[in-house]
Design a binder for this molecule. Structure first.
Ligand code: NAP
Length: 326
């Protein structure tokens, strides 16, 4: 099969197309023929080497944490009442070395694979798992959001933030969100009062929050203590290092466990199936355009999720075969 891989950390030029064996599944896994895969900041952070202290790197690594595809094989312990051959599913890769930028991926069937929500496109179904689970686990699992709470979401125009706004809206919260001035309209359309971080200091625009979701870190994290009410919760995905001032401000500082609670992926997809919970897909690219995809992601200005249509590889092969037989 074809896969995007790298065999050492570095800049984008370590990425290449490789031909690894199609993965063999264990009894608890399913084999998925990937239709589309999304990129997440984790993919370029890991490739660049900046997460080397947190993860044991075993090369080669296939990037891509999530995607959407068709089940082609089921391990013998997989619950056949839930998953079936031929089913279209969204999934989160259970091992970071075996990512979704590949024609086939083996994924743990327990909690990491869910049927697609019918109202999402193929690209949206590929884009939603990691960001949806991150937003859900931050607001619902960790911060225990309730109706009427005042919630500030940092990075409201980003992959996680844009879904967090929609989830907070579903729970009936009063929502503020930071973003660049270029994205104010987009964030307000999702249901938040936008605070453009490049024009104003958010600490002068909002106070007395029950929850702040930090997707940015650094100074944004430290300033966020000031806008929480006593007893409020500052939940974050990846903010270290920062000064933990929670005791001084009388608030809780809680790191979100995203991949430790993949069971919530089903809640995310249920919500996507019943109400408007949609990821913003900014770019859909062919798998051969992987360098451009990473460049866009790393720029921080992609303006939505980046999705690679992995089945573009099979379609190209079909076209080549057809032209050879003509
Ligand atoms: N721990 C985990 O398992 C986990 C899971 C998911 C994500 N994460 C982390 O969470 C972060 C966000 O992920 P993502 O997928 O949402 O990334 P993303 O789609 O690239 O979004 C990042 C957003 O941050 C906004 N931003 C940049 N500087 C800002 C500032 N000073 N104040 C407020 N907003 C600012 C940008 O807004 P503009 O475009 O409007 O400038 C952008 O939309 C990443 O660092 C990622 O690695 C961690």
């Amino acid at each position: 099969m074809r896969a995007i891989q790298y065999t050492c950390c570095g800049d984008r030029d370590v990425l290449h197309i490789a031909n690894p064996d199609t993965p063999r599944i264990s009894d608890d896994e399913v084999l998925i023929k990937v239709r589309a895969a999304s990129l997440n900041p984790f993919d370029w952070k890991l490739r660049s080497g900046m997460l080397g202290d947190y993860f044991q790197m075993e090369f080669p690594i296939t990037p891509g944490r999530d995607g959407c595809g068709e089940i082609v094989e089921l391990g013998k312990n997989v619950d056949r009442t839930q998953l079936a051959r031929g089913q279209l599913v969204s999934f989160i890769c259970s091992r970071f070395q075996r990512g979704s930028l590949a024609e086939y991926v083996a994924v743990s069937a327990q909690d990491s694979v869910v049927p697609v929500a019918e109202n999402l496109t193929l690209q949206e179904s590929a884009a939603i798992p990691v960001v949806g689970l991150s937003a859900w686990n931050a607001l619902v699992e960790t911060a225990e959001i309730e109706a009427g709470m005042r919630v500030l979401i940092h990075g409201g125009s980003g992959g996680v933030g844009s879904l967090a706004i929609q989830i907070a809206q579903h729970f009936g919260a009063d929502i503020f969100a930071t973003c660049s001035s270029a994205n104010v309209e987009r964030v307000e359309a999702l249901g938040a009062r936008a605070i453009p971080y490049d024009c104003v200091d958010f600490t002068s625009e909002v106070t007395d929050c029950d929850i702040v979701l930090d997707t940015v870190g650094g100074k944004v994290h430290e300033d966020s203590y000031k806008v929480l009410k006593r007893g409020g919760r500052l939940v974050y995905l990846l903010a270290r290092p920062f000064n933990n001032l929670s005791a001084e401000y009388g608030v809780e500082d809680l790191q979100v466990n995203v991949l430790g609670h993949t069971a919530n992926l089903r809640n995310v997809m249920d919500l996507a199936a019943t109400v408007a919970l949609k990821p913003i897909v900014g770019h859909v690219l062919q798998p051969d355009d992987f360098e451009q995809a990473f460049e866009l992601g790393e720029s921080g200005k992609a303006g939505g999720k980046i999705v690679l249509t992995i089945d573009g590889w099979s379609n190209i092969s079909k076209t080549n075969k057809e032209s050879m037989t003509q």
